[in-house]
Write a protein that binds this ligand. Structure first.
Ligand code: GLC
Length: 388
């Protein structure tokens, strides 16, 4: 397969990204992922939008959007993954009005670090709110025996239909059965006195991907404001993640009830362990996989699932398509590890995919054809990879 993606026009891509984000900006101070399918604020989406706003010369919007996301936190630092505006679902569903009661990967640590690196002043209240969100996960949510932080719900991973969770479904995975199970799992979350989610006895999973993002984003926040306690917590978590590499499976393995089965499926979110594990042999193997066409590589960016997995399906939500925000994070890991050749292939693929798919939520790694919500704001991350 030819890994050369069609060359795009950078200025045009930037102009289209700006038009998309402008259209999706809301006066309340955030960007909707999609006007019809996702008409509210989502936590990790907003953290990615803020990176794009900053790239587009609107750090004010980057700050505003991050502030609104973190402003929904409760006194324990728990940050909900959705903030509704106008009509949301019944309060009964989440057990509270206005916001959800689970979280998503705390990308805000990276976002604030990136703003800081590019010369945008990061207000102290945002650093404090981000720290509280990270400490909530690192110190208040009870740990799994493995040392990893457990999820209370697959939605917390941001990758909710990933084959990594398949073993938690009794019986064969199907999108419909999983949809029903995902709703049931919300009611089974065990919460603290103020309602923050603590654990889920019916979803005993502590994934390396989510944990790598927590450890990485905590370290990132420490580059904005040195913080020995936070750095110590991040180092400890990172060392637990490094212990999860399995040379036979050639991936990092999740802890919990999926450990001996679906928790070993080679998914892209697990490869994000590269953000905290720089062991040379692993880096070589994972970096190669990210660009090899018989693994994750495609001209349209890295697929969400390794092609050799029996669950790989190039067109089904979280079962194989390319996701631009995961592509961005994979690129970031490669860049930081000095793997610039593979990083360039990933970046070029995300640009080609975002362009070909019409800025889709996710797309087919075989054709670049758009899937899910179109257009979706986080596709504009491609603007970070071009000049213009
Ligand atoms: C989907 C994705 C999730 C994202 C949300 C809004 O549910 O799985 O990661 O945050 O859409 O874009």
């Amino acid at each position: 397969m030819n890994l050369e993606a069609p060359a795009g026009d950078g200025a045009d891509l930037v102009a289209r990204s700006r038009a998309l984000l402008d259209r999706h900006w809301r006066a309340a101070g955030y960007t909707v992922p999609n006007e019809a399918v996702y008409p509210w604020q989502w936590l990790w989406d907003s953290c990615f939008h803020a990176l794009v706003w900053n790239r587009l010369g609107r750090p004010d919007r980057a700050i505003a959007e991050t502030r609104r996301a973190l402003g929904a936190a409760d006194p324990t630092g728990f940050v909900p993954h959705m903030i509704y505006e106008g009509v949301g679902p019944d309060t009964d569903f989440w057990g509270r009005p206005h916001t959800s009661s689970i979280t998503q990967p705390p990308i805000y640590g990276h976002t604030l670090a990136e703003l800081h690196r590019t010369g945008t002043e990061v207000p102290g209240d945002l650093v404090a709110a981000a720290r509280a969100g990270l400490v909530h996960l690192l110190a208040h949510r009870p740990r799994h025996d493995s040392g990893l932080i457990p999820l209370v719900h697959p939605w917390e991973s941001g990758c909710d239909d990933s084959p990594r969770w398949d073993d938690t479904l009794q019986g064969d995975w199907s999108r419909d059965a999983w949809r029903v199970r995902k709703s049931e799992l919300v009611a089974e979350i065990v919460r603290g006195a103020g309602g923050a989610p603590l654990r889920n006895p019916h979803f005993d999973v502590a994934p390396v991907g989510f944990n790598a993002l927590v450890a990485f984003c905590a370290r990132e926040l420490c580059t904005v404001a040195p913080d020995a306690e936070l750095a110590g917590l991040a180092d400890q978590l990172a060392s637990s993640i490094c212990g999860r590499w399995d040379p036979g499976a050639a991936t990092w393995v999740d802890a919990g009830e999926t450990e001996t089965g679906s928790g070993r499926v080679r998914t892209l979110d697990a490869v994000l362990a590269l953000l905290v594990d720089d062991t040379p042999g692993r880096v070589g193997s994972a970096a190669r996989d990210l660009v090899e066409p018989d693994a994750f590589g495609s001209p349209w960016g890295p697929s969400g699932v390794h092609r050799a997995e029996s669950s790989f399906d190039p067109v089904t939500y979280w079962r194989g398509p390319v996701w631009p925000q995961l592509g961005y994070l994979a690129w970031l890991a490669l860049e930081r590890l000095g793997r610039s050749a593979e990083a360039a292939v990933v970046a070029q693929g995300v640009v080609a995919g975002a362009t070909a798919s019409g800025f889709a939520e996710y797309w087919d790694p075989d054709t670049g054809g758009g899937l899910g919500a179109i257009p979706q704001s986080w596709s504009a991350l491609a603007a970070l990879f071009v000049d213009g």
